[in-house]
Write a protein that binds this ligand. Structure first.
Ligand code: ADP
Ligand code: TPW
Length: 584
């Protein structure tokens, strides 16, 4: 049998040029502009990564499939094209599934391509190497799941996966390719003819003019209007149109965490520093690519004005009315909707009363002054605020830098302190509040942009994917990981009243995470004061190479679950929480 060793197939003496499933998958991805694959190799996909590299696609090899999947998801968010994750059968596939589900939850487009074992053995449960009905397993967790059963369907499967991932509400798509299909050999011309390039994978979806007018009416009649910008608005890459609408109307706006920077955080219309007041008082709220889910208290009092009327701009019609009545549905893609709003709102039609602007402005100034007091205090041991002020100030010198952020307190504090000036430059735990996205997101941001990345991590959060430091070093990525190390899940000062073992929230006290990166040739720093942190971060960013700063935070700093303490259920027999250790 002819061997197939080069993309597009090779010819033997007088035979037809041949190709195989591996090459066809790669050719189909290339045809659809895929430039990077994030994955972990093994049977049966190792050659797929090799063929991809030989074709010019970049393959980034991870240490765990979750991290590769999170990287693909972040790449999807950052580029508006589906990120590609590659996994091996059964366990590798399942490891990747968390990220696929998370991408779907976050509305990020990605495709998890996984090899799988022999179909006929799997289907009769005969006990194959890494046997699992992966298609069935993926379905509940993905926007869609497809399997390619014949080599001639590879082009169709890739096209379908790409279109499904990015069209409408974006999400995670699973594409199952059994080993036998990857290894199947066909003649190269037939193979090439079976591939196609997806035309306009995420077509514009225009809103109906009367729906636009209805929303304008509502905004025009409002006394205290407010726009809430979500990560869907950041994803939509309609930056100018969003800005034009907000600025021509003068609407106060609140950015959700991953929409920070869509308009700069220091924009005069930002109501972020008066968030609670804005939610409680607004009478007409325009949601732009933001769901009324738990992150927005489901639109309910007492957080929200009980009489608030909602306008919702979203590409997904079934999202509307999921929590509150939507008085003005605006279904369409954000770019088209914003364009229509600007076109149809006559200049001056929407006005924001000076009193409302003043009310928000005064509360913002008051809250900013309170925050400044915290930031300016310089207690020892270091608190979250001191560390974050140092990080914020260094980042002001690096406007191109991406910020990745996870943890509980580390997330809550950093979200408020670190201001963003650029759209899509902040990636965080997202809709599910997932720990362990940090390294994958940081790697994707660095790979996709070439710009520096600062990952601000709780020490527990970092532990979920810390081995990817090796990946960061192997690819020499400009990633600086800052660990806000208070020695615990949440706080680090818990003693255990129930057992001689460490308390459930305790992590190793005095851990030197900086030594981990040194094992792989990266630069480690240990900082115990904001000044040391400033020096370390400045130097690390200047070097352009991989670095980790272990930033020692007071173990008593922070609260259980950060801002979400109230979500911990309190049963009748709730055990005593970990008690803070007595100071010696
Ligand atoms: P946040 O967490 O920032 O509030 P969500 O993830 O809850 O944001 O909401 C994002 C919303 O944006 C989703 O409902 C999704 O359907 C929507 N969306 C995503 N892309 C687009 C787009 N291009 N146009 C319109 N809506 C979009
Ligand atoms: C995949 C539960 C939420 S926050 C957190 C955990 C384990 C870590 C908090 O400690 P950290 O931050 O990172 O040190 P800080 O600043 O408060 O000290 N598993 C997954 N996701 C979640 N959200 C959890 C567990 C959790």
């Amino acid at each position: 049998m002819a061997t197939v060793s080069a993309p597009g197939g090779t010819a033997t003496a007088d035979a037809q040029p041949l190709t195989d499933g591996f090459h066809l998958v790669v050719d189909a991805l290339k045809l659809n502009d895929v430039q990077v694959i994030y994955g972990v190799v093994g049977i049966p996909v190792t050659d797929l990564a090799r063929v991809a590299q030989a074709s010019g696609i970049r393959y980034i090899g991870f240490r765990h499939e979750s991290d590769a999947g999170h990287a693909a998801a972040a790449a999807g968010f950052l580029t508006k094209r589906p990120g590609i994750a590659l996994t091996v059968s059964a366990p590798g596939f399942l490891n990747g599934l968390v990220a696929l589900a998370d991408a779907t939850t976050n509305c990020f487009p990605m495709v998890q391509i996984s090899g799988s074992s022999e179909r006929h053995i799997v289907d009769l449960k005969q006990g194959d190497y890494e046997e699992l009905d992966q298609l069935a397993a993926a379905k509940p967790f993905a926007k869609a799941a497809y399997r390619v059963d014949r080599v001639e369907d590879i082009g169709r499967g890739v096209a379908r996966a790409i279109r499904t991932a990015v069209s409408g509400r974006p999400g995670g798509v699973y594409l199952d390719i059994p080993a036998a299909v990857l290894g199947e050999v066909v003649d190269a011309a037939t193979g090439a003819a079976s591939l196609w390039r997806v035309v306009d994978p995420a077509p514009r979806q225009l809103p109906a003019p009367e729906a636009v007018d209805q929303a304008i009416e509502l905004l025009a009649a409002a006394e205290r209007p407010l726009a809430v910008l979500g990560k869907g608005a950041a994803y939509a890459r309609a930056d100018q149109r969003v800005r034009e609408f907000i600025e021509t109307t003068g609407l106060p706006f609140l950015p959700m965490s991953m929409a920070k920077g869509l308009l700069p955080d220091d924009h005069p219309q930002s109501a972020a520093a008066a968030r609670s007041l804005a939610l409680r008082r607004a009478d007409v709220v325009m949601l732009v690519g933001a769901r009324l889910n738990w992150l927005l208290a489901h639109g309910e009092p007492p957080h929200w004005n009980p009489d608030a009327k909602f306008i919702q701009v979203d590409i997904e019609p079934t999202e509307l009315d999921s929590n509150q009545p939507i008085a003005a549905p605006l279904v369409g893609d954000i770019g088209s909707v914003m364009e229509a709003l600007v076109e149809r709102a006559k200049p001056g039609r929407i006005q924001v009363a000076a009193g409302w602007r003043q009310e928000l402005g005064e509360r913002s100034a008051h809250n900013a002054a309170k925050m400044a007091d915290h930031l300016d205090a310089d207690p020892h041991p270091m608190q979250f605020y001191g560390a974050l002020r140092a990080i914020r100030d260094v980042l002001h010198e690096h406007p191109r830098a991406y910020v990745v952020n996870e943890g509980a307190n580390a997330l809550d504090f950093a979200r408020n302190v670190i201001d963003m000036q650029q759209p899509r430059h902040r990636l965080d735990s997202g809709t599910w509040g997932v720990m362990g996205v940090g390294m994958g997101y940081a790697i994707a941001a660095a790979v996709e942009s070439g710009d520096p990345v600062v990952a601000v991590e709780g020490d527990s959060a970092f532990g979920f994917d810390g081995m990817e430091l090796e990946t960061i070093c192997r690819y020499q990525l400009p990633v600086v990981v800052v660990i806000l190390n208070n020695g615990g899940v949440y706080r680090g000062d818990g003693t255990n009243a129930a057992s001689a073992d460490p308390s459930p929230t305790t992590l190793m006290p005095h851990a030197h995470h900086d030594r981990l990166i040194e094992a792989f040739g990266g630069k480690g720093y240990h900082a115990t004061t904001p000044a040391e942190l400033t020096t370390a971060l400045t130097e690390a960013l200047a070097s352009g190479g991989p670095a980790l700063i272990d930033c020692v935070i007071d173990p008593t700093a922070g609260t259980e679950s950060g801002h979400l303490t109230n979500l911990n259920p309190q049963g009748v027999t709730a055990p005593a929480p970990d008690t803070p250790a007595k100071k010696k």
